[in-house]
Design a binder for this molecule. Structure first.
Ligand SMILES: *Cc1c(COP(=O)(O)O)cnc(C)c1O
Length: 490
């Protein structure tokens, strides 16, 4: 065992060591502060470190500046509902991508305006569109019905709507990428030319840009789609539309893990254990997407790809450095040459290293299989994504030094009355059994894990969100601001 200390990373059979930041360890080392926060705000708490968010904003800015590009960055706030991050986005000089009436309304009340907001909601209601038009916020249009509605509202209130057109159906390697969103790339120029502009059906729509957001994480598909978008952009410009931007949405990969080898080993071992029907890695044999069928391994790992060598700024570089064979120019050069302002809407990747969820241990028990189950005061919806599991080793904060390593295997269980409320599907090994009242920390949870699927079943309170400004002084309870108390302007 390492030197005697008060906190330990869990060490399952196949470790997945998360990337962590100094602020997280600072907090682990000041358990009186953690205790104060959990006692005050209730378990679990979500802690957000604002300087880390600012760092991510700076990384993206630097990449674009190194290419001499015109750019704008919008933080996709659907990835985390906290107000404090919206305020920090504005303070860091970036904008916010809003996707509902309330996201837009609240972002306006937190300092948003026509320059730093965009509305990309999948379903756009009349109040949303009206609010956007009145505030000059660009609306990303998805279909003809939205054009009709936006035109009608703009007419009624006598203000033009600034709009971008969402496009999809790019052809990459002879195959058309399907999406339920947007106008088809092959039809959008005709559509706009026929219906949008003075003396046409949609004369209250002022088109200024194009938008796409691709499913998945391919930089190659993004490069090819960007090249096609630039061609559409110039055609529309030639037709007299005042085009200024192309927005490539989000889906920029981030990296959660320290070690690629650990990731590969885990993947191999999970497959082996499912194939050999000897899965002692996860709760009740959960294959996390893999299954055994007639002796064959089927399925695939149904989680986010937690390790990524190419991520954040290098991901953007890969998109921009792609050489377009037809023009012999890179995507970046094509953007500059055509005077395009490149926009991105990262959600998850701007939240890298920003958040952490801490919950309190309530009970320990052995189930009928002799496995230790450690009950936490939180539920599955408070750390949930579309992934089959959150594949990061958690940290155990002990209230006294651990004397000897007992190698105890545990599963963390939650408060919902469902058999499947098991917070991490992997079996985690700790030096000793967690005691009642001790804390478990799950790191890097700010992107989607905290809020996207959080529900109030059983009438449990929603978790509290705390904004931590960081400081050079000794940590204290008072450096953590309750997000619910952040004021909205009227
Ligand atoms: C979800 C979404 C984003 C953010 O995606 P991330 O994967 O979190 O970066 C950005 N733009 C649109 C249109 C989206 O739907």
């Amino acid at each position: 065992m390492e030197e005697n200390k008060m906190y330990y990373k869990g060490k399952p059979k196949y470790q997945l060591t998360p990337k962590t930041s100094d602020w997280m360890h600072e907090l682990f080392n000041e358990q009186s502060v953690v205790k104060g926060l959990v006692e005050r705000y209730g378990s679990p708490i979500n802690v957000h470190h604002l300087p880390s968010f600012n760092n991510n904003c700076e990384l993206y800015k630097q990449v674009f500046e190194s290419y001499g590009l015109k750019y704008r960055i919008f933080y996709a706030r659907k990835a985390n509902k906290s107000r404090g991050l919206v305020k920090q986005a504005f303070a860091s000089g970036i904008g916010v991508d809003t996707a509902s009436f309330k996201e837009l309304e609240q972002s306006l009340a937190l300092g948003g305006n026509s320059e730093n907001l965009v509305l990309t909601a999948a379903i756009k209601t009349e109040p949303q569109i009206e609010l956007a038009i009145k505030n000059g916020v660009p609306i990303i249009l998805d279909n003809q019905d939205e054009c009709v509605l936006t035109q009608a509202i703009a007419n009624r209130i006598g203000l033009k709507a600034i709009v971008g057109f969402r496009i999809s159906g790019f052809t990459v390697d002879q195959e058309k990428l399907y999406s339920r969103f947007g106008f088809d790339v092959d039809e959008v120029v005709n559509f706009i030319a026929s219906y949008v502009g003075d003396n046409k059906s949609f004369d209250m729509l002022d088109v200024t840009g194009l938008h796409f957001h691709l499913d998945g994480y391919s930089t190659y598909q993004r490069s090819v789609s960007l090249v096609t978008s630039i061609q559409i952009f110039s055609k529309l410009k030639e037709k007299g539309y005042s085009m200024s931007f192309i927005d490539i949405g989000g889906g920029i990969l981030m990296n959660y893990l320290e070690d690629e080898k650990e990731w590969n080993t885990f993947n191999e071992q999970l497959k082996n254990s499912v194939l050999e029907d000897s899965n002692d890695i996860t709760f009740n044999n959960n294959g996390l997407g893999f299954r055994l069928e007639d002796g064959h391994l089927r399925g695939k790992l149904n989680t986010y790809p937690f390790f990524n060598a190419i991520n954040k700024e290098s991901f953007i570089r890969e998109v921009l450095d792609f050489m377009d064979a037809q023009s012999g120019l890179s995507v970046a050069s094509l953007l500059v040459k055509n005077g395009v302002e490149l926009r991105i809407e990262p959600g998850r990747s701007l939240l890298d290293q920003v958040g952490m969820t801490v919950a309190k241990v309530i009970h320990r028990k052995k189930d009928a299989k002799g496995q230790w189950l450690v009950g936490l005061e939180m539920n599955m919806s408070q750390m949930m994504s579309s992934s089959a599991d959150f594949l990061l080793d958690p940290f155990m904060l002990y209230n006294s030094e651990v004397e000897k390593n007992e190698n105890v295997d545990v599963f963390f269980t939650g408060a919902y009355c469902l058999e499947r409320d098991v917070l991490l599907k992997r079996k985690i090994t700790f030096p000793r059994l967690p005691a009642i009242g001790e804390y478990v920390a799950f790191v890097n949870t700010a992107g989607y894990m905290m809020h996207f699927f959080e529900t109030e079943a059983h009438l449990f309170e929603l978790s509290s969100n705390l904004m931590f400004t960081g400081s050079n002084e000794k940590l204290s309870f008072f450096q953590f601001i309750d997000d619910a108390k952040i004021a909205l302007e009227q």
